[in-house]
Design a protein around this ligand. Structure first.
Ligand code: E4P
Length: 231
């Protein structure tokens, strides 16, 4: 499963990219607004930091201007993926950009029927929004399972399911269980994945016992260590 992070905050991206666990980044107009930065500049910098796919969203509402904006965004760097909304114009733009060799992420997907249309339009990624469905009392993860199942019925469809609007580690685990290809995680959720209270407790206990020995690995070994240091 690929891990993307869902942010336009360069400090977060640099920090998390250093873990070696990041496969890409997703942004949207709200995240760009939150960064307070020029969109083209910030996307260029993200593409320099993360070699994987970086989604940049068009803001035009009509086909013609979506394609123009998409072409401009795609020219920023080789790893830009153009994000378009799941509307009729968005899917027309998806087909055109995809025919031109540009990767497209179709966003704001809330039904399996929409996901099927996006795949037929040549989307590289479909982004169903789990958290926003949960928010209105509809089980978001059921949609992920449905889309994964439907795509499996048609091996010719190459679209990958990119689980968006993730709010918790359980969303990620459930998405992995049903076989979603990608999860885009808010940085705070990615950080949460590392933690477990039993890891913290176990480590504290090991360190307390180790301190009692008075040893240091770098100083241990007697004769072996002496020969190592002289080569
Ligand atoms: C990512 O591509 C989406 O824009 C994002 O995951 C939406 O998340 P939200 O519902 O928390 O805003």
């Amino acid at each position: 499963m690929k891990f993307f992070i869902d942010t336009a905050d360069l400090d977060e991206i640099r920090d998390l990219a250093a873990t070696g666990l990041l496969d890409g980044v997703t942004t949207n107009p709200s995240l760009i607004a939150k960064s307070g930065r020029d969109m083209l500049e910030v996307i260029r910098e993200i593409c320099d930091v993360v070699p994987g796919d970086v989604s940049a969203e068009v803001t035009a509402m009509d086909y013609h201007n979506m394609v123009r904006e998409g072409q401009r965004l795609a020219n920023i760097a080789d790893n830009v993926v153009v994000k378009v909304p799941l509307t009729m114009d968005g899917l027309k733009a998806c087909r055109t950009l995809s025919n031109e060799g540009t990767k497209v992420n179709v966003t704001l997907c809330f039904s399996a029927a929409q996901a099927l249309l996006a795949a037929k339009a040549g989307a590289t990624y479909i982004s169903p929004f789990v958290g926003r469905l949960d928010d209105i009392g509809t089980p978001g993860m059921q949609l992920i399972e449905d889309i994964v199942d439907i795509y499996l019925n048609y091996p010719d469809l190459e679209t990958e399911v990119l689980v968006a609007s993730i709010r918790s580690p359980m969303h990620l685990v459930d998405a992995a269980k049903v076989g979603a290809h990608v999860a885009t995680l808010p940085p705070s959720v990615l950080r949460q994945l590392f933690s477990h209270p039993l890891t913290d407790k176990g480590l504290a206990d090991f360190m307390a016992d180790w301190e009692k020995t008075g040893q240091s690995i770098m100083d241990a070994g007697g004769q072996d260590a002496a020969s190592e240091s002289t080569g």
